[in-house]
Design a protein around this ligand. Sequence first.
Ligand SMILES: [Zn+2]
Length: 271
Amino acid sequence: MERVLQKMRPSTASIQALILALVVAGAASQVTGQAGTGQTVIQKATEQFENNPLKTTVLGQGLFMFSGDGGDVVTAIVDNGSTLIIDSGVDTRVTELSDAIFKAAMRPVTRLVNTHWHFDHTGGNVFFGSEGVTIIGQENVKKRLSSVQRVPFVGLRDGHYPLQALPTITYSSSTTLHQGPQQLTLMNYGPAHTDGDTVVYVSPANVAVVGDIFSNHFYPIIDLASGGSIDGMIHSLDEILARTDEQTKIVPGHGPVATRANLEEYRDMLV
Ligand SMILES: [Zn+2]
């Protein structure tokens, strides 16, 4: 137990620093009433992520996970000629991310799925979109990225991405993609972390990429301003638990790869 706690400490410290940065930025904006708050918050959060090196984790069957300690997680699924990625990280790290993906996959990225609209999951959309990568997301991701968004509790102001950074393929409740031998089932279970979350089940690899519905070792964030809901988080987690087994690798929105048991613990904590 002690060893587990010690292992958790660096991640917990990073996210606490990040949350503190977000809260401080939010409070400062309320005092000064500045309009450019979002930029400050994003810069502060980005600095937190930038201080940690990008790690590549091999998940097997052509799947890779890229993450910084404390940062966002990007998943790649490789077939004979192309790479499909899930989420695109923060914009300032996109070149490093793109290099890491190519080093591991040796195939060009042709498709990108966004798990939700937040900047630390869509920051690379401009880069990949400009390269001609097809972007796929739940319909509310496109809506939120198309206009300015405000998330008052963290002082976040973002959205209104350029056209090439927006999803061109959207879905409402579920859709299916294929990447080589892997089938990807994209599911939205209604409002959870936001109103546009996607859970990706990859089969036969038996991997579930769940975005920020599950932050492993991180304090849960429910973005009420973007239509999120705690009951919805619990509902989504129940759906994920029902569709996975003890062997499923769970890729969280932040933190290391987890098991179904970790997800269950997180769900019980939220309840
Ligand atoms: Zn998020």
